[in-house]
Write a protein that binds this ligand. Structure first.
Ligand SMILES: C[S@@+](CC[C@H](N)C(=O)[O-])C[C@H]1O[C@@H](n2cnc3c(N)ncnc32)[C@H](O)[C@@H]1O
Length: 367
């Protein structure tokens, strides 16, 4: 099996493909020798890394796919490219970027625990990034400024569907475009794929309506409470604090209407209701919801049209393109993978309904 998706669409540049293939093989060897249990990292990232090692081929195929398109789109040699791995989690994309030979690799995550863990993993296998920036987009922009760095490309996987304010995200990421800036942002929350959409909508209803039991290696940043009941509690507390006389039933309606809001947006809605008697408009999507404390979306379903609109508004040119299915050792599944990937490659953006993930592939000309 290759380090790239079988029948997936590769950049039309053999040198780029070779560079990424060599780096991926190098990382694969290192990862196969990695003892996750011996690492001084959180249980949360141990669980994440173990999952990635269990399906190492698929995980490498995904990361090599994204980074080959990064290299092709930037049009620069890897050694001269400054790369930001946004929302890097346990840090495997940064590891691969380093193994491929990217000149500067900046890892980021909003979760402090992951920032520290990713550095530990990088050190353990001799592929440490140049910087580990913990924080949101504005912190990343500030970190590039303070280091005098100019970014060439932003890569991420399974991050944009969690970012609370996606419009602010694109606005702030565009500030990195001091020169040509490439975005390659993959997400498994593929709204165009009917099965994925159905499954995720079901998942939204579970987190919105049900309290959950902790699992081993649980992330302490996210709540296990039903999002609806937590919002109702936050609303009740704030209403009491500001002396609101709203009835319990109107506060119930407000809890339903604030689905997809977090933190101050919720308290502001309580204050607005008190001041004007007005409720916020009903949520635009029928199930999308987020953690009311930290704004982490539960797999935010966004349409390709919506994402295209955000790109255009911030001066990016690009497309929402389909991703590919990982290889399988099961012959029947592998036959299906080959068929689907061939069809996706042929169809281009129209292949999104067949794809397991989508990729925001865009370029800003720079200011
Ligand atoms: C599903 S994980 C994916 C991690 C990693 N990219 C991977 O593919 O393994 C989502 C990551 O995005 C991070 N994240 C969520 N919102 C963020 C934000 N606004 N800024 C930076 N990171 C964020 C989370 O902390 C988490 O590590």
């Amino acid at each position: 099996m290759d380090v790239f998706y079988e029948m997936g669409k590769l950049p039309p540049d053999a040198a780029v493909v070779d560079t990424v293939r060599t780096g991926t093989r190098r990382l694969e060897e290192k990862l196969r020798g990695l003892d996750v249990d011996a690492l001084a990292i959180s249980d949360y990232n141990k669980r994440y890394l173990r999952e990635k090692l269990r399906s190492l081929r698929g995980s490498l195929q995904l990361n090599s796919h994204l980074l080959s398109w990064v290299l092709y789109q930037t049009g620069k040699p890897a050694a001269q490219t400054v790369l930001l791995d946004y929302g890097g989690g346990s840090g495997t994309l940064s590891l691969l970027a380093r193994a491929i030979g990217f000149g500067t690799v900046v890892y980021n995550d909003i979760y402090e625990v992951s920032g520290a863990d990713a550095r530990t993993v990088g050190q353990a296998i001799g592929l440490e990034a140049d910087a580990y920036v913990v924080g949101d987009t504005n912190d990343v922009v500030a970190a590039f400024k303070s280091r005098g760095l100019t970014c060439d490309a932003v890569v991420s996987y399974d991050v944009i569907e969690h970012v609370y304010d996606i419009e602010k995200f694109f606005r702030e990421i565009a500030q990195l475009a001091q020169r040509r800036l490439t975005l390659v942002l993959g997400s498994g929350a593929n709204d165009a794929n009917p099965k994925i959409r159905r499954d995720l909508e079901r998942q939204h209803l579970v987190v919105e309506l049900k309290d959950r039991e902790p699992v081993e290696g649980q992330k302490d940043r996210d709540t296990l409470r039903s999002y609806l009941s937590l919002r109702r509690e936050l609303i009740g507390e704030h209403a009491k604090k500001i002396g609101s006389t709203g009835s319990a039933s109107i506060l119930d309606v407000l809890a339903a209407r604030t689905r997809g809001m977090a933190g101050e947006d919720i308290t502001r809605a309580v204050e607005h209701l008190k001041a004007t008697g007005e409720l916020p408009a009903a949520p635009r999507h029928r199930t999308n919801t987020c953690d009311p404390r930290n704004g982490n979306w539960a797999e935010h379903l966004m349409t390709a049209d919506y994402l295209r609109g955000l790109l255009g508004r911030e001066g990016f040119e690009g497309e929402i393109v389909p991703g590919f299915w990982p290889s399988s050792t099961n012959p029947a599944k592998e036959a299906a993978v080959l068929g689907l990937n061939s069809a996706i490659s042929l169809l281009g953006p129209r292949g999104l309904p067949l794809a397991p993930f989508y990729v925001v592939m865009a370029t800003h000309p720079g200011r």
